[in-house]
Design a protein around this ligand. Structure first.
Ligand code: NAD
Length: 258
């Protein structure tokens, strides 16, 4: 470990390279800022280039280092390109945050296969594809930290059969990967957010009601903030947490049920 036998600041990521998928907005943007603040060079992978450039601009303004790469995390070819560009511009990655996600709510009986496939692809298949591509670049150094953003909805939520199944799948995939990748020095953990006040959530017409319900149903009586998730991800991304793997940390204000 770094600087054995001396006092150190924990959770420092100086000179490490971190990839954050879906880092152009919301929780991903917050994670990218926090990892950059800890000293990592951050590759922002997003479909939406304008959004990821905005994240890069915010990080640079704060004195950090980040680069935007266009990537569709559901497509192996696009992922391979993003890996190559990331490695040539920033170096080999030590940290991967699988954050890109998407939901399309529909009652179970009205859910089409397109509703199902699109959410499973962005929320679950992407974690498999991106992790497989990035792990290949972690193995030579026998070190890696993978953090998968799941959701409290993995417990099962109304009108979210597709999303609930995808996020429950992320937890199974996290545990399976954690076992297979342990010999390579790579830990794999999940973070399951409850309701988080992102710009997207706050722009929903029902937000006022959501805010009130969060206060009603959450033991810690407030909705979550992006920084609540980002700080948990920083912990799991750190060299100090190498004995934690296959875990799911719920960041839900103490709320257990769906
Ligand atoms: P968001 O919609 O605000 O941002 C998601 C980002 O992912 C966007 O920039 C989007 O362009 C990008 N993206 C979407 N599809 C992509 C693809 N195929 N390839 C590359 N990039 C793609 O989302 P958010 O609310 O910040 O959520 C982030 C993660 O947290 C998701 O996995 C979501 O399921 C999870 N989550 C969010 C909440 C919440 O309350 N906001 C709660 C639980 C879990």
């Amino acid at each position: 470990s770094i600087m054995k036998g001396s006092l150190t600041l924990p959770h420092r990521l100086q000179d490490q390279v971190a990839i954050v998928t879906g880092g152009g907005a919301g929780i991903g943007q917050g994670i990218a800022k926090t990892l950059a603040g800890a000293g990592a060079k951050v590759a922002i992978w997003d479909l939406d280039t304008a959004a990821s450039k905005e994240t890069v601009h915010k990080i640079e303004t704060l004195g950090g280092r980040a680069v935007a790469f266009q990537a569709d995390v559901t497509k192996a070819e696009s992922i391979a390109d993003a890996v190559n560009q990331t490695v040539s511009e920033l170096g080999e990655p030590q940290i991967l945050v699988n954050n890109a996600g998407f939901s399309r709510d529909r009652s179970f009986l009205e859910m089409s296969q397109e509703d199902w496939d699109s959410v499973l692809n962005v929320c679950l298949t992407s974690v498999f594809l991106v992790s497989q591509a990035v792990v290949a670049r972690m193995i030579p150094s026998s070190y890696g930290r993978i953090i998968n953003i799941a959701s409290r909805a993995s417990l099962g939520e109304r009108k979210k059969a597709n999303y609930s199944a995808a996020k429950a799948g992320v937890l199974g995939l996290t545990r399976a990967m954690s076992i297979e990748l342990a010999p390579q020095g790579i830990t794999v953990n999940a973070v399951s957010p409850g309701l988080i006040r992102t710009d997207r959530v706050m722009n929903m017409p029902t937000y006022a009601d959501i805010d009130r319900r969060a206060k009603e149903h959450t033991p810690i009586k407030r909705p979550g903030e992006v920084s609540d998730i980002a700080d948990c991800v920083l912990f799991l991304a750190s060299p100090e947490t190498g004995f934690i793997s296959g875990e799911d940390i719920r960041v839900t204000g103490g709320r257990y049920s769906s």
